[in-house]
Design a binder for this molecule. Sequence first.
Ligand SMILES: NC(=O)c1ccc[n+]([C@@H]2O[C@H](COP(=O)([O-])OP(=O)(O)OC[C@H]3O[C@@H](n4cnc5c(N)ncnc54)[C@H](OP(=O)(O)O)[C@@H]3O)[C@@H](O)[C@H]2O)c1
Length: 309
Amino acid sequence: MQKKYLKNGFSIPLLGFGTWLMCGDKVRNMKNDDRIDIKSIQTAIDNGVTHIDTSEYYAQGHVEKIIGEAIKNYNRKRLFITSKAIPINLGYKNLIKSAHSSLKRLNTDYFDLYLIHSPNLFIPIKETMKAMDHLINNGFTRSIGVCNFTVSRLETAQNYAQNKIVVNQVNYNLIIREIERKNILGYCQNNDIMIIAWAPLQKGILAKNNSSVMKKICKKYEKTPAQIALNWLISQKNVVTISKMRNKKNLIENLGTLGWKMENSDIEYLRSNFPNVKYLSDTIPLEYDKFLKSYISNWVKSKNNSGHE
Ligand SMILES: NC(=O)c1ccc[n+]([C@@H]2O[C@H](COP(=O)([O-])OP(=O)(O)OC[C@H]3O[C@@H](n4cnc5c(N)ncnc54)[C@H](OP(=O)(O)O)[C@@H]3O)[C@@H](O)[C@H]2O)c1
């Protein structure tokens, strides 16, 4: 699997395997046939995928467990494992505890990359970054990063960390362009930080895109819409991606995005002409504080109105 490098030596595969919505949602689906999910991870590895992305959040940690099961007979050194701590666990002690629980479930003694899943404005970032430094300084992770961080949050987090934040994992694809509008893409490109684009196919929607703009580029490169959507990301400086590809047909199709690079003029053509672009993530908007504040105030209001304690 081809990799991208930062100047500081960090490297990461161009395309990784996402695991959100395996084994359930935020709650584990007890009826899920885990053997199918385990097999899909192994099929991906057998076809050259090395980066597997997960979180303690996914199916209440159960996805980490099935990844541990899937990778147990593979050479750990050849894999790149990422996990994440959820916002509620960003206090110093909780974060270290979360990391150790994830490692245990994953059946490994280190992460290649450990991420803050989303910011938490109620826990001082200084405390969180001290815990992230502890994990890297003691060999529990090779590198550290964040998800869904604005530029100002990234700068603040970096100011409190001894180690470099090498990744910002964000919602980015041909439709969702929030990170372009908020200069996160430019900032990361200029500051030696890798973007991992999540939901690169906008949860599969882009694979079915039949706009004239998409058709024109598919025809030129003789590729499918999914391959074009993924290649548009990985052809950009400091951008790699992860897609959930449980279905083998999707996996093989997506691997066809590797080994070639879109011309810059086509990257810019798609950037400027792709239809129905949105400048806010429809899943996790980066103006997270506003979102969280209004969520909490609505919750307090509804509690007061209902007369409950
Ligand atoms: N940091 C964060 O806050 C955050 C948030 C969300 C997600 N993530 C991570 O990012 C990963 C990627 O996001 P995502 O899973 O939403 O990615 P995605 O690639 O945009 O969407 C995955 C969906 O598209 C389908 N698909 C994949 N390739 C396809 C193809 N060639 N043709 C048609 N359908 C295709 C998959 O189906 P099958 O699985 O059936 O093949 C799956 O349903 C997640 O899995 C998770 O690990 C991180």
